[in-house]
Design a protein. Structure first.
Length: 329
């Protein structure tokens, strides 16, 4: 199957369009990476908003070398890539500028984003939303579904969205939370989180069984903020940060209410899920404050304010105007 996909790529390139035979250059809107493409307005916008200020390479053209060949992947569309570039900039990169300063962002934020159109499906029924590699690259998948999510559609084809037509929750669940989650991994790779975090629920991690019963229903009572947090301590820590900063205080309190009892199937669990999660949150808060000088509550306020700007239509996710052109107008 993989060979067949690679075999038809030349036909895809033709469909995307070639210029005259004399130049033999790929049209600027191509989403397949080639050596001799003509830079388009999006490329220039990325240069101004990612590469120049942060030295970040925002790759939206498909490159096999950047893909995981263990999965069937497809390119992200041009339109969805433009919108995602705005979302990452406004809801992630610039939130850390605001809270921790631009020098923090320049030094710590990953130097590459790579977009693909479909999620990477695993054989246990789950799929990968994103990955962080070596502290330098974040993969964002599922761009095919971004436009339906932004439009508030309940589903796209056969894929039902987790939160129906709730734009903010779907954006967080499938994309934005993933970036904050993966960025937390990158920070942890630079300066590890405390060993005390590992001791809160040391024997409760279940690896790949996190999406199976009874764990998928009991994670809050077991002391985890999401089912995925039950995988291992590293995922648990990243989930604590990303879930906390992308949700309202009211949402968080609702989760804590649901965690106020112990998990009846574990006789060794001496504390309620709420107590365990709040212990983890205290450790997480302290780590982010003392190691990175980031107040998680301030970061959350910033993200939620900007999130409202997105969902209210205040931010034009298709605007590729360069600052020089704006100044002249």
């Amino acid at each position: 199957m993989k060979k067949n996909i690679l075999f038809i790529l030349p036909a895809v390139l033709i469909a995307l369009g070639l210029t005259s035979c004399e130049k033999d250059e790929i049209k600027s809107e191509s989403v397949i990476s080639v050596d001799n493409y003509i830079p388009n307005e999006f490329d220039l916008w990325l240069e101004e908003n990612y590469r120049n200020p942060y030295n970040i390479d925002f790759k939206y053209r498909y490159e096999e070398i950047e893909s995981d060949l263990n999965y069937y992947t497809v390119p992200a569309t041009y339109e969805a890539s433009v919108k995602m570039a705005h979302l990452v900039k406004y809801l992630c990169v610039e939130t850390y500028n605001e809270v921790a300063g631009i020098e923090f962002t320049r030094s710590q934020f990953p130097k590459m984003f790579f977009l693909i159109g479909e999620w990477e499906y695993r054989n246990n029924g789950s799929f990968i939303l994103g990955t962080a590699e070596g502290g330098r690259k974040i993969l964002l998948s599922g761009l095919t579904y971004l436009n339906p999510i932004l439009a508030g559609e309940k589903e796209s084809g056969d894929f039902p969205f987790e939160y129906g037509n709730n734009v903010a929750e779907n954006l967080n669940h499938y994309y934005i939370k993933t970036i904050h989650h993966e960025f937390t991994h990158i920070l942890n790779q630079t300066k590890d989180y405390p060993t005390s975090f590992r001791q809160v629920t040391p024997s409760s991690y279940v690896s790949d069984s996190q999406f199976s019963e009874p764990y998928v229903s009991a994670y809050l009572k077991r002391g985890f903020i999401t089912a995925y947090a039950q995988t291992n301590t590293a995922e648990d820590f990243a989930e604590m940060v990303s879930e906390y900063v992308t949700h309202s205080p009211e949402w968080w309190e609702a989760q804590m209410k649901a965690a106020e009892t112990k998990w009846s199937e574990d006789a060794n669990q001496t504390q309620t899920g709420r107590v365990l999660i709040e212990q983890k949150l205290d450790i997480t808060r302290d780590y982010m404050r003392t190691v990175w000088n980031i107040d998680l509550d301030e970061l959350r306020d910033c993200i939620l304010r900007r999130q409202l700007d997105i969902t209210s239509g205040k931010i034009d996710l298709t605007d590729l105007t360069l600052s020089s052109n704006k100044a002249s107008n």
